[in-house]
Ligand binder design. Structure first.
Ligand SMILES: NC(=O)c1ccc[n+]([C@@H]2O[C@H](COP(=O)([O-])OP(=O)(O)OC[C@H]3O[C@@H](n4cnc5c(N)ncnc54)[C@H](O)[C@@H]3O)[C@@H](O)[C@H]2O)c1
Ligand SMILES: CC(C)[C@H](C(=O)O)[C@@H](O)C(=O)O
Ligand SMILES: [Mg+2]
Length: 352
């Protein structure tokens, strides 16, 4: 039995999470295992119900399950709230409370979608890299922070142990892949990046079989677009990882394609990398694949059933190969289908 807490959130969150839940239900029917899904409010949706973006009940539920599935939070309705009350602050809080220090963001190109990328087919074909984004430290959490009428300030700080634990995961994972880690920083300008670089290199002594190189973040943004195939594993800080993974989204055709796993030593949460997309919310237009692929990551990392992860990825691949396209990945002339139609196609390809 798998107990999953779902926190759909705002905007397209509920639409894409509904797609992922259909996939979970189909897997349960097909394989005969029980899946219990408990839904809890989060973000703006929770604010409207309880006057709080993250209630103690939702947080307790997340600590009391095998895995959490999150849609997205945020939207224009809550933008003018003070920073500490915004839905985005609740997202940071849940990551911190559950100590989800590593955010794994794979950027893998599906063959059927090579023409959906804004980059040339030869550049994107065969791209397959994995970003380890540090998720509970750096400038997102550093103190002091604030702003007044004339000044705004944030602090980027990393402790040795924070760098070490994410770099260790990156090295361990690279060993099972192509054995190459690129650590991305801004050590030519930022002292905090110098610490990052020093710690990564010290740790590398334990992983001498893995090839390590450093890259400045501005160059990395360019290299990801110029030649994404050069990367295997990327390890980087919270802010740089946020930005670089959205860039990676465009290699795969759309932000709506990229899943993620946020993991710590005790808990795990799975979420697409995209946001609540207010521009297309409640229109049945969103691409559910990022969230469905996040369920594949759940089976891989939390439930340790990689065969089912592959089954989900295969069903996505087959749906795409048979021509299914939501608007974000459609080319001119393609028939565009809805969120629910894409979900149904993937469920069909999962088989019974
Ligand atoms: N993890 C999260 O919950 C998360 C992540 C990013 C942004 N946000 C929040 O979401 C809100 C909107 O932010 P934004 O517009 O900068 O980023 P966004 O990711 O929501 O949207 C960016 C663009 O990508 C498109 N897009 C995103 N996901 C898609 C999908 N699944 N299918 C098709 N198209 C998709 C949107 O329509 C939009 O044009 C903000 O409040 C922001 O803070 C939340
Ligand atoms: C909404 C925001 C807090 C979040 C982040 O910056 O981490 C988002 O952009 C993401 O990538 O998950
Ligand atoms: Mg982001």
């Amino acid at each position: 039995m798998y107990k999953i807490v779902s926190i759909p959130g705002d905007g397209i969150g509920p639409e894409v999470v509904a797609g992922a839940v259909s996939v979970l239900e189909q897997l349960s029917r097909k394989h005969g295992f029980e899946i219990v899904i408990e839904e809890h409010p989060f973000g703006g949706a929770s604010w409207e119900l309880h006057g709080e973006m993250l209630t103690q009940a939702t947080l307790d539920a997340c600590r009391n399950c095998d895995a959490v599935l999150l849609g997205a939070v945020g939207g224009p309705k809550w933008e003018s709230l003070p920073h500490e009350h915004k839905p985005e602050a609740a997202l940071l809080k849940i990551r911190k409370e559950l100590q989800l220090f590593a955010n794994l963001r794979p950027a893998k190109v599906y063959d059927a979608l090579i023409d959906a990328s804004s980059l040339k087919a030869d550049v994107v074909r065969g791209t397959d890299f994995l970003v380890f984004r540090e998720l509970t430290g750096g400038i997102y959490f550093g103190q002091p922070r604030g702003f007044d009428e004339n000044r705004g300030w944030n602090t980027m700080v990393y402790e040795r142990y924070e760098v070490e634990r994410i770099a260790r995961l990156a090295f361990e994972t690279a060993r099972k892949r192509k054995g190459k880690v690129v650590s991305i920083d801004k050590a030519n300008v930022l002292e905090v990046s110098q610490l990052w670089r020093n710690v990564v290199h010290e740790l590398h002594k334990e992983f001498a079989d893995v090839e390590l190189s450093d890259m400045y973040v501005d160059n990395a943004a360019m290299q990801i677009v110029r030649n994404p195939k050069q990367f295997d594993v990327i390890v980087t800080s919270n802010l740089f990882g946020d930005i670089l993974s959205d860039i990676a989204g465009m290699i795969t055709g759309s932000l709506g394609m990229l899943p993620s796993a946020s993991i710590g030593t005790k808990y795990a949460l799975y979420e697409p990398i995209h946001g609540s997309a207010p521009d297309i919310a409640s229109q049945n237009k969103a691409n559910p694949i990022a969230t469905i692929a996040s369920v594949a990551m759940m089976f891989e990392h939390s439930f340790k059933v990689p065969e089912i992860a592959r089954e989900i990825e295969q069903a996505i691949e087959s749906a795409l190969a048979s021509g299914c396209r939501t608007a974000d990945i459609a080319n001119t002339g393609d028939r565009v289908i809805s969120t629910t139609e894409m979900t149904e196609a993937i469920v069909r390809h999962l088989g019974a």
